[in-house]
Write a protein of this length. Structure first.
Length: 348
């Protein structure tokens, strides 16, 4: 174990978490845009209510690990960087609108590419490139000027505020919020009947907990050389592209492992269900819309410090303020984008 580079250990943690999350998407129908589409326009909340199960497990598992000293919640980027509400709102709206145009979030695009959809490969590559254009390229100075990121000056997040006001331990706050999400999810009878989807929702939540647990261990073993990370799929996609083009094992990270893991898990799930098939875009207008949406997702995801999974699940699991605010903004942006697409189709 001592001879294995810390980056490789972190990548292995990400690989396992990514594979599990990819399987949950293919076998358990865990998808952000699909859940919103079915709830808003299909009169079916089952896929949306799965989020209650996922968040319940992710939140309580993360804080249980924190209470046991196994997860370094305070060392995650969601608590190390001072929360900027405007970054969460603006970035989330941009990401959500782009998600609607692209037909998938970054995570969903990786899953669909794992199932043979070549259109999603274009979405993934464009999103990764524009993410880095915004993170450290030509758009970086504008991003920093508008959405400055400063180190947090102290404890922040929902659990910290509740503890300061009431004295309740963070694990208690996490437990109450987790139970509320679980009750909301399972209150929907169609979901209660879908035992397999509930099980995969639990698995998806555990994948997030695993990622924090594994990277916390590597963080301690490496004396802070490796960061504590959760699953996210905006900037990590760009880092994976850079690694595949330029790096050897020394440049491998948690991000690389998680991105490749999602594709591997999605491929395995697609083959298991007999759903793998090559697909390509036949309509240039559709491809143009997807490319534009992918660009917006890359920009918005970097501004918000995460995507629908990175903020909507991983940050939410740490009870960072950015989690629920960004997730709500993403949902609103997606709703506006979907309404625009529906209106355009009806006009034709």
């Amino acid at each position: 174990m001592e001879s294995i580079p810390y980056g490789v250990l972190a990548a292995l943690v990400g690989l396992v978490g990514g594979v599990v999350l990819g399987l949950s998407a293919r076998l358990g129908n865990f998808c952000t845009l699909g859940a919103l589409e079915m709830a808003l326009f299909g009169n079916d909340q089952r896929r949306l209510r799965i989020w209650g199960v996922v968040l319940s497990v992710a939140i309580f598992g993360t804080y249980l690990g924190g209470a046991l000293g196994l997860i370094e919640i305070g060392q995650t980027i969601y608590h190390q960087v001072a929360w900027n509400p405007w970054a969460s709102i603006v970035g989330g709206l941009i990401f959500g609108y782009g998600m609607a145009l692209a037909g998938n979030c970054g995570f969903g695009a990786l899953v669909r590419f794992g199932g043979g959809d070549l259109r999603s490969l274009v979405v993934v590559v464009v999103m990764g490139i524009f993410g880095f254009i915004t993170l450290s390229g030509p758009l970086a100075p504008l991003r920093v000027a508008l959405f400055d990121q400063r180190p947090a000056s102290g404890e922040q997040g929902i659990a910290a505020v509740v503890e300061a006001l009431t004295g309740l331990a963070p694990i208690v706050t996490a437990g109450v919020i987790s139970l509320a999400f679980l009750a909301w999810g399972l209150a929907h009878e169609p979901l209660r009947k879908a035992k397999a989807e509930i099980a995969w929702g639990v698995v998806a939540g555990l994948a997030v907990v695993w990622s924090f647990l594994g990277t916390s261990w590597v963080y301690r073993e490496s004396f802070g050389e490796v960061a504590v990370e959760g699953l996210s799929f905006t900037a990590p996609v760009g880092r994976t592209l850079i690694f595949l083009m330029t790096s050897t094992a020394g440049g491998i990270t948690f991000s690389v492992g998680s991105v490749l893991g999602v594709m591997a898990g999605a491929l395995a799930g697609s083959l298991w269900r007999g759903m793998f098939r090559w697909e390509a875009c036949e309509d240039p207008r559709e491809l143009g819309r997807q490319v534009g949406g992918a660009a917006l997702m890359g920009i918005g995801g970097v501004i918000a410090l995460g995507c629908s999974v990175g903020q909507g699940v991983s940050a939410f699991a740490t009870l960072a303020w950015s989690g629920p605010v960004t997730l709500a903004a993403i949902a609103l942006g997606a709703y506006v984008g979907l309404k625009r697409l529906i209106g355009a189709l009806e006009a034709e």
